[in-house]
Design a protein around this ligand. Structure first.
Ligand SMILES: Cc1cc2nc3c(=O)[nH]c(=O)nc-3n(C[C@H](O)[C@H](O)[C@H](O)COP(=O)(O)OP(=O)(O)OC[C@H]3O[C@@H](n4cnc5c(N)ncnc54)[C@H](O)[C@@H]3O)c2cc1C
Length: 373
């Protein structure tokens, strides 16, 4: 039987970034097994925002965690690019959330005040402010802002990235540092051993490891059920649409519309509880398009060339799960939405915690058991 120090199940952005952190921490022989299911592709089908605005509005620890992650993003990206030669297409030009009408504007204003107080208590800044429609329009002079927009919530300290290049770069850095990535390896069962090690049965053979990380997204529950664990996640479908390329006119990404470096517009931000159905629907695409056109009227002139649906990995409070299985302390579970935004913390905080080297004070707050009420 092949052996490893650490095995990670799932090579999406959570598993791959944690794996990178583990080899950087000197964890020894680290293997990633990834099934690469097309039905489970949030790491390949997401919107690519590196974002902290509004995160944690009902969970103060998560608000701080998200802010910490975004503070680390520019250095995280720089290092990855230097090590791999990938261009992540990170643009740190700020990011905004539109408001339609006075009520939404006031709600955004309140959210900033609350989250600034929350972050301030831990000595963290919360660099966000409201901009009137006119001020925002002056910041994006090449594109007309729709009449319905009353203003935006804005932070200069966030941005957007090409999520496919991010995933490619993380996997590349991991392998350059000695990690082994096995695509098309489906893990079928986890068998804890009496000596504390864990055997992992895959479609290509049996392995044994000292520590196991389960980062298999919506595939995790299937592996956890035989261990008596209920993972508190559910699927929430998001649909995205992509336009033809157009000259670069929008440099600041919005929560529901952004223009990529190659000129395509992406629009999104639909939320639907559809169990594991990741198809696209005409009615949702129509809503997405109408919303985007209200913000930027020029979008009605573009051809929309592609669309897809992908399933968010949601928890009841929106915050991530980082947890050890109570009777099997060498098995860690992680599951989350916003794994792109949170990626830097996987190397700086989660990998050391998996190895038992260091535990950031916030991590205990994110256990799966918090939902066992
Ligand atoms: C529409 C949409 C938009 C989003 N936009 C953003 C955004 O702008 N910013 C942001 O930060 N986040 C965003 N997200 C969230 C982000 O994409 C996810 O948090 C992230 O992709 C989760 O990554 P993961 O590695 O945890 O899970 P996954 O990407 O699901 O990876 C899990 C991997 O494990 C594999 N696997 C499953 N079972 C097994 C098994 N038995 N054996 C081996 N491998 C297995 C799967 O095939 C998959 O490759 C968005 C998500 C969606 C759906």
């Amino acid at each position: 039987m092949a052996t490893a120090d650490v095995i990670i199940i799932g090579g999406g952005i959570s598993g791959a970034t944690t794996a990178l952190g583990l080899v950087e921490e000197g964890a020894g022989k680290v293997l990633v097994f990834d099934e690469q299911l097309t039905s489970q592709r949030p790491s390949r089908g997401n919107f690519g925002l590196t974002w902290f605005l509004c995160k944690g509005s009902n969970n103060p620890v998560y608000a701080k965690w998200a802010r910490m992650a975004i503070q680390q993003w520019p250095d995280f990206a720089r290092k990855l690019e230097q090590e791999t030669g990938y261009d992540l297409e990170l643009e740190w030009t700020g990011g905004a959330i539109h408001a339609f009408g006075e009520e939404q504007y006031a709600a955004h204003e309140k959210s900033i005040k609350t989250l600034r107080e929350v972050c301030g208590k831990s000595g963290l800044d919360y660099p966000a402010r409201m901009l009137s429609r006119q001020v925002f329009a002056e910041m994006v002079p090449d594109i007309e802002v729709g009449e319905d927009v009353t203003g935006v919530m804005y932070s200069a300290e966030q941005g957007h990235v090409n999520p496919l290049k991010l995933l490619g770069a993380v996997r590349c850095a991991f392998q350059k540092k000695g990690g082994k990535y096995y695509g098309n390896h489906s893990v079928t069962s986890i068998l804890p051993q009496k000596d504390g090690t864990i055997s992992v049965k895959t479609s290509k053979g049996l392995y044994n490891c000292g520590k196991l990380v389960i980062a298999a997204g919506h595939g995790s529950q299937r592996l956890l059920t035989p261990l008596g664990q209920k993972l508190h996640i559910y699927a929430e479908r998001g649909q995205l649409m992509v336009s033809e390329r157009y000259k670069r006119i929008l440099k600041i990404p919005l929560l529901c519309a952004r223009q990529t470096t190659d000129g395509t517009f992406l629009i999104g931000f639909s939320t639907e509880n559809t169990a594991h159905d990741n198809s696209v629907t005409l009615s949702t695409m129509k809503n997405l398009a109408c919303n985007a056109v209200r913000i930027f009227p020029i979008l009605k002139k573009l051809n929309w060339v592609r669309s897809w649906g992908a399933l968010r990995i949601m928890t009841p409070d929106g915050a991530p799960i980082y947890s050890r299985i109570p009777e099997h302390e060498n098995i860690t579970i992680m599951a989350m939405h916003s794994a792109v935004s949170l990626a830097p913390l996987k190397t700086s905080a989660i990998a050391p915690w998996v190895l038992g080297i260091n535990e950031a004070s916030q991590i205990a707050h994110f256990s799966n058991e918090r939902f066992n009420v």
